[in-house]
Structure formats: structure tokens, C-alpha cells
Design a protein around this ligand. Sequence first.
Ligand code: IFM
Length: 440
Amino acid sequence: MPVFPSGFVWGAATAAYQIEGAVHEGGRGENIWDRFCRQPGRIRDGSSGEVACDHYRRYAEDIALMGDLGVGAYRFSIAWPRLFPAGKGPLNRQGLDFYDRLVDGLCEAGITPFATLYYWDLPQELQARGGWTNRDTIPRFVDYACAAAERLGDRVQDFILMNEISVAAWRGHATGIHAPGIADARAFLAATHHMNLAQGEAIRAMRGESSRWRLGSALNLMPVDPADDSIGAADAADLVDAFWNGSVIDPLIHGRYPEIVAGRFQPFVQEDDMERIRQKVDFIGLNHYSRAYARQDPDQPLGVGMVAPPDDRPTTAMGWRIDGGGFRETLMRLKEDYGNPPVHVTENGAAFDDIVDADGRISDPARIAFLEEYLSALGQAIEAGCDVRSYFVWSLMDNFEWAEGYTKRFGLVHVDYATQKRTPKDSFGWYARLTREGRF
Ligand code: IFM
């Protein structure tokens, strides 16, 4: 049975576009996902985040659920286009009011707020000028980040600057399966570099405003294995590892891109950029789900791709291999290669095809087994010396799973999208015991 350190924080996570809905409320501007979802064929079930979980209106009910779950912290994201509908210009007071109410509600419930500043919802007006491929988006992000922190930072101490830069760059600009739907190697390289730099610049600016804030980044890190025994697959695994993992963490911690891809970023790197990206962060946020398998793929802009895992182990409804060993390996890599930074596990969880039974109960033993396997691995990593401070389950409730629409359910709380009724699943009860007893 894993032993977690005293003071270890148990939390739950969500993101604005995936749960808030109310996209036309409070003066919010259009974001790249609003636009992307309207393009036929982009989202598996043709849906969008327009209504989602209606959390914008039901946030008080959702905070009460967090209270029942017994979490000590809640990770949410602030929607940039609620604060700055066009990405810049005057602050939209109504947009800020929502987060004021949310943060006040969390504080009253004794739940520590962790705020993510960029969770993929770039204002569409900035995309019209090139979005993350355009260096001019960087100062816009810095202004937004500082404004959000200035207004909420009297109650929020922990800010996550960016969520999963590599996913926003890879799926948004290389494979094109996420907004803004671009499939182009140059766009991928530019977007990665500019998001890295925007994060570095915002951290610098925020440090100048207050020493009270704890600043970090949520990185999606995972081991990358070759899909088969060929040399081509081994090379592909090195390249995918360098793009997916190395191109976000190496610049942040070491101030450089991994050697095998550094030359490809060169056209976008200006003098001093790497020093500006390298920042002393207070924590690394780790989002981890599975392990990846890579092979050469000439049809992909980067010449490499990820494929389905071998079928010797079970997978989740996303087709992702269930493999707690990969989680432990990732944590150990943070310890060995990146100086053992304080880590918040800012996301981990699984989608399964949950069934509501005749009594309205959602029995989800596969999710409980998943959490037991991954939390055992986490316990082992902590015992081996990894400095992990908290764990945020993904997700508090079922929500809009990007290109998969509402077809994948990650929540501990089931959401009936027709009625917005929330029903805690069995895993909710399991996690509630863990938050109270600190062990399972
Ligand atoms: O739902 C997503 C989240 O938005 C980003 N991290 C991975 C999760 C599961 O795919």
C-alpha cells in the first residue's frame, strides 16, 4: 500500500472550454475552438463546448461536489477570451467577475485554487493574425497573464502558465486534429517556440509584480517507445521524444532544445530567446496518461507519427495503454534528468465507457483499478525520492474531450448532458475515501 507524505494534497482538475459552456455570456469573445468545432468533420460527434457542463452557471453546485469529494485543491483554467474578448484591449470586467465568484467560492469551501492561464482557448482574433505562429502573440499573452494574476492573485497563489504546450503544438499545428487545425512542420516549430517564449516572458513579468505567486507549467510528459524492432522506429521514437517531451522541458529547465531537433527550431530563435525561456519555476506540473509508440510516417508533416500500443495490456476508451510503470518512469526522469523539481501531478485519469444502471448508479471498477495502479506507481516514485507534492485527478466531471466531443468520459462525476444532472460514480466514493484517509 503506498504511503503518501503528510501534507500531500489531493485535488481534481478541469479546463474552461471543456466545462464552462455559456460561450456567448458575459461578453466573452470567440476562441479557436468555437471556430474549429463549427467546421464539419472536426469533432467526432459534431458537438462543441457551447453548453458543455454549464459550469459557468452551476459552479456553486460543482464546488459543493468538490467539498463532498474532500479535495484540498482544485485546478481550473481561466478563459483568455472572457477577460480579453479580442485577445487584447480593455479588460472585460464581466468575464473577470465569473472567476472572482469561482475563486471566492473555492476559498469559502477551504479548497485551494490552482489557476491555469492558457488552456488552448486562444482568442480567435489573435488566430486571425497567425496565432502562436506569430511572435506578436507573445506580448498579448504576457499582458493577459499579468492582468489575470493581478486581479485574482490576492487569493490565488499557484499559477500554471501553460497547459501542455507540446499537445497544443503537435495536435493543433502538426497533425491538425485540434484547433486551429493546421498540419505544417514550420507552424509546429514556430508555435512551440512562441508558446515556450510566451511562458518565459510571462513568468518574468509576473515575478516582477509579486513574489507571493508560485509559478509553473503543466507538461504532458510520457515515455516514447519504438512501435517495432526496426531502426526506423527507434529513430522515430527519439524524434517524437525530442519534440513531445524535450522541446518543452529542456528549454524551460536547461535553456536549450534537444540536440536532434535544435537546428529545426533555429529559424524561429532570436538572440536571448533561450535565456528568456529558461526560468526558475516553483514547480513542474505533470500531466500523464500513458506511454507512446512511434514510427516513421512520411504522410505526417514531421515525418513521424504515434501509433496504437501493442495489445498485450488493456487500454482505456481512448485506446491508451494502461501502464503505471510509464508514470513511475516519467517521474524518475524528472528526478534524474531535471534536478528533482517539486512536482504537482496536475492531471492523471482515464476514460471508460461508463454505464448508468437501472438504479442510476455508475459502477466504474476499471477507473478505480486504473487509479490504484497509477497511484501505486506514484507512491513508489515518492519512495524513490521524487519530490511530488500533489495529485489532481482528471477529471472532476465528464466533459468536452476536444476532437472526441462528448464521446469520452473522464469524470469522477457523471454528467447527463441532456439534463445537466451530476451523479457521482463509484470512483468518486473511492477517491473521497483516499482524500480523507490518505491511503487506499
Ligand atoms: O481532456 C484532456 C485535457 O484537456 C488535456 N490533457 C489530457 C486530457 C485527456 O485527454
